[in-house]
Design a protein around this ligand. Structure first.
Ligand code: C2E
Ligand code: CA
Ligand code: CA
Ligand code: CA
Length: 277
């Protein structure tokens, strides 16, 4: 193969061909998995400073018949590239709204909110607002208990359009969180313009908050900023009581992380609630 011309060699590069095959296999697999109901939703607790459950974040999982449980990092990017994020996102939303309806029926669980991740591509789709409202209505779920988590990548698009869509949903009671806050491109002026209810501090800042003075400063700044803009804050990736103490000291009121619970099937949330009192 040494003698082959550059282009020819590149075209027949077996590694690259293997990568292309793997990708299209995974795409076909994901398409099939979606159709066969292999995707499911895990829930992770979001709690207050006394570890009482405020709500959950819905996190998709793929129960692959051969490869076992696949984490979203391994298929969400592909789903975004191929457009499969649209049916995938709709399935997650449908499941989350069904859960909201069930929790809404009982006094002990009526207060719980469900946060759902929304990709930029999904949010920008023409029928997105109508789809969310129809799903809520079809399930009989309370829109005020649904939170949509957006990322700063949305700010790269048409901000007027983003605000208009958010306003339409907010009018019906749906809440919004800015996910992975601090990792993206948001200028503070945009942050102020978006009709947000919550920001989530990225786990990358929480991890070393006790040992890295830069991370500590960023976390304190986000908390102060959120306070002055009247936004709720949820810190992600809280794994230790030390991190919790730091966050509480600086005014954080919502927490999510392995310290309180890993993402799991809804039964884990029921168990969490039954141990609360
Ligand atoms: P994310 O929205 O930032 O979700 C939080 C991630 O942090 C989850 O990973 C969660 O399992 C993990 N995590 C929570 N607590 C801790 C902790 O204490 N320590 C550590 N090390 N990690 C913690 P997961 O479930 O693997 O999801 C990864 C990403 O995939 C999510 O990040 C989100 O961006 C995306 N994703 C998940 N479900 C969906 C979905 O339904 N739709 C879309 N568009 N994206 C999704
Ligand atoms: Ca999220
Ligand atoms: Ca996040
Ligand atoms: Ca660091």
């Amino acid at each position: 193969a040494k003698g082959a011309g550059r282009n020819t060699q590149r075209f027949f590069d077996p590694d690259m061909q293997a990568a292309v095959n793997a990708r299209s296999n995974l795409e076909a697999d994901l398409r099939q998995g979606l159709a066969r109901g292999e995707l499911c939703v895990y829930y992770q607790p979001v709690v207050d400073h006394r570890a009482r459950l405020l709500g959950v974040e819905a996190l998709v999982r793929w129960r692959h018949p051969v490869r076992g449980m696949i984490s979203p990092a391994d298929f969400i990017p592909l789903a975004e590239q191929t457009g499969l994020i649209l049916p995938l996102g709709q399935q997650v939303l449908q499941t989350a709204c069904g859960q909201l309806q069930r929790w809404g029926e009982r006094k002990q669980t009526r207060h719980l909110s469900v946060s759902v991740n929304v990709s930029a591509r999904q949010f920008r789709q023409p029928g997105f607002v109508a789809e969310v409202l129809q799903t809520l209505q079809g399930c009989g779920a309370d829109p005020r208990k649904l939170k949509l988590e957006l990322t700063e990548s949305l700010l790269l698009g048409d901000v007027e359009d983003t605000i208009a869509r958010m306003e339409q949903l907010k009018r019906e009671g749906v809440g919004f969180a800015l996910d992975d806050f601090g990792t993206g491109y948001s200028s503070l002026s945009y942050l102020k313009r978006l009709p947000l209810d919550q920001v989530k501090i990225d786990q990358g800042f929480v991890r070393d908050v006790l040992t890295d003075p830069n991370d500590a400063a960023i976390v304190r700044t986000i908390l102060a900023l959120a306070q002055s803009l009247d936004l709720e804050v949820v810190a992600e990736g809280v794994e230790t009581t030390g991190q919790l103490a730091f966050l509480r000291l600086h005014g954080c009121e919502g927490f999510q992380g392995y310290l309180f619970g890993r993402p799991g099937p809804v039964e884990d949330i029921d168990a969490y609630l039954s141990h609360e009192l």
